[in-house]
Design a protein around this ligand. Structure first.
Ligand SMILES: Cc1ncc(COP(=O)(O)O)c(C=O)c1O
Length: 436
């Protein structure tokens, strides 16, 4: 990289040489050049508090020294041999992951991304059950391959018509915008029960499984009611399917427990993971039962999957999460964050329609006028909040089908002072929007 390059030149090169689909945040995207802990610095010397962690990925902070030391030592020893040879980091990570996941999940397969992990899980469900049809949910996101786009029910990320006809999308457990126009809890979680009819009416009646996020990430941190997954899992099992929890966003302590699905008291047959697994190094995984893993009789190679450098980072991540009780910190700091966001909602009841999430995975859904009962999505307000928070040195995320949901997911080892600093900036930014 040229030391002399300016941020304007970087933005120009980005526009010229990358696909326009690789969209950046902000009117004038920040060119980030350095990060330490929860802080990032751009090429112009501006500092930011990071409340999005590279999309819920840098969960232990930027340039984490312990991870860096382990990775540098591994790079100097061995960077790649492929899965044709066992390596120390891959077996250690498989051992750790299978110990950290619920009891019956005892075999791991590594990939280089979350998309591939979801692809692998679907293939395994089909191989194991002999069935081909899959259930996913509206507003869900599974990645960018053709199968993952077909699982995804969010037209922002579907470039071509669904290539996999055997995927049926159930109603999202999106209480703020209930697809059945009901209220929880008097609804009796009707959206979960509707999966039965979905399977009876749109499939052969024999399904391979259901792949679902415990909290829909890209969908805007849509958080299902507590009974949802128990009801769903029972229905899926009744029709011969396996239950796959996509923990790409919710895994590794994000919600205040190691796995998002644990919040619902459900043990899946498979879990897919990526993002927070290796603090930013490319790695994905699926963990499943021995019978499911053993059902694959063909070979399956992932050249980069389980790379020793990424696995070394993954080993350190798990060691630190457990050693420093980062699930506990995510729960405690998540409570501080949530309280602050709810206080903001009280102060700005017109625009902040909903506050939702768990642990350090919290969202604000912005609408036209909640007070007047107008829940029309307000992506213009999201854009304005982005500019105001950036100006004040805070990076946040967004999501939701209409791009009107603010996603907040700082590092799991964040302290209370930084949570309060971020909340203060959010408050000042909403105030500035009101007077603008
Ligand atoms: C829940 C979920 N699954 C799968 C993926 C795909 O992961 P990747 O971008 O690593 O391919 C994502 C990415 O955002 C995700 O949020």
């Amino acid at each position: 990289m040229s030391e002399k390059i300016t941020s304007k030149e970087v933005r120009e090169k980005h526009a010229k040489h990358l696909f326009p689909a690789v969209a950046n945040f902000y009117e004038e995207p920040a060119v980030l050049v350095e990060g330490h802990g929860t802080k990032l610095t751009d090429l112009d010397g501006n500092d930011y508090l990071d409340f999005f962690g590279g999309i819920l990925t840098v969960s232990l902070g930027h340039s984490n020294e312990e991870i860096n030391d382990a990775v540098i030592a591994q790079i100097q020893r061995l960077t790649h041999v492929s899965t044709l040879y066992p390596t120390v980091p891959i077996v250690e990570l498989a051992e750790r992951l299978t110990a950290a996941t619920p009891g019956k999940l005892e075999k791991a397969f590594f990939t280089a991304s979350g998309t591939e992990a979801d692809e692998t899980a679907v293939m395994m469900a089909q191989v194991f059950t002999g069935n081909s049809e899959l259930v996913a949910l509206r507003h869900g996101y599974s990645g960018r391959s053709l199968l993952a786009q077909s699982l995804t029910a969010h037209n922002t990320y579907r470039a071509v018509p669904s290539q996999i006809a055997a995927i049926k999308h159930g109603l999202a457990p999106y209480c703020y915008r209930c697809p059945m126009k009901l209220e929880y809890p008097s609804c009796g979680v009707a959206c979960a029960k509707d999966l039965d009819e979905l399977i009876q009416t749109t499939t052969t009646g024999k399904i391979a499984g259901m792949l679902v996020e415990p909290i829909q990430g890209v969908g805007g941190f849509v958080t299902p009611p507590k009974e949802y997954f128990q009801i769903a899992q029972e229905i899926i099992a009744k029709y011969g399917g396996v239950f796959i929890a996509d923990e790409v966003q919710t895994g590794f302590g994000r919600t205040g427990k190691m796995w998002g699905i644990e919040q619902y008291g459900v043990e899946p047959d498979m879990m897919t993971m990526a993002k927070g697994i290796a603090n930013g190094f490319p790695l994905g995984a699926i963990v499943t039962t021995a019978p499911i893993a053993d059902s694959l009789k063909k070979g399956s190679i992932s050249t980069f999957g389980g790379n020793p450098v990424s696995c070394t980072a993954g080993n350190k991540v798990l060691e630190i999460i457990e050693r420093d009780d980062l699930c506990g910190n995510a729960e405690a700091m998540g409570a501080v964050l949530r309280e602050g966001l709810e206080a903001l909602q009280k102060k700005y009841p017109k625009i902040i329609g909903d506050v939702r999430g768990m642990g350090l995975m919290q969202a604000l859904e912005l609408v036209k006028n909640e007070e007047a009962g107008d829940r029309t999505p307000n992506p213009e307000a999201t854009k304005a909040l982005f500019e105001q928070t950036k100006k004040r040195g805070l990076l946040i995320g967004k999501g939701g089908l209409w791009g009107n949901t603010i996603r907040i997911a700082p590092a799991l080892n964040i302290g209370e002072d930084e949570i309060r600093e971020g909340l203060k900036i959010l408050g000042e930014s909403f105030a500035a929007m009101e007077t603008a």
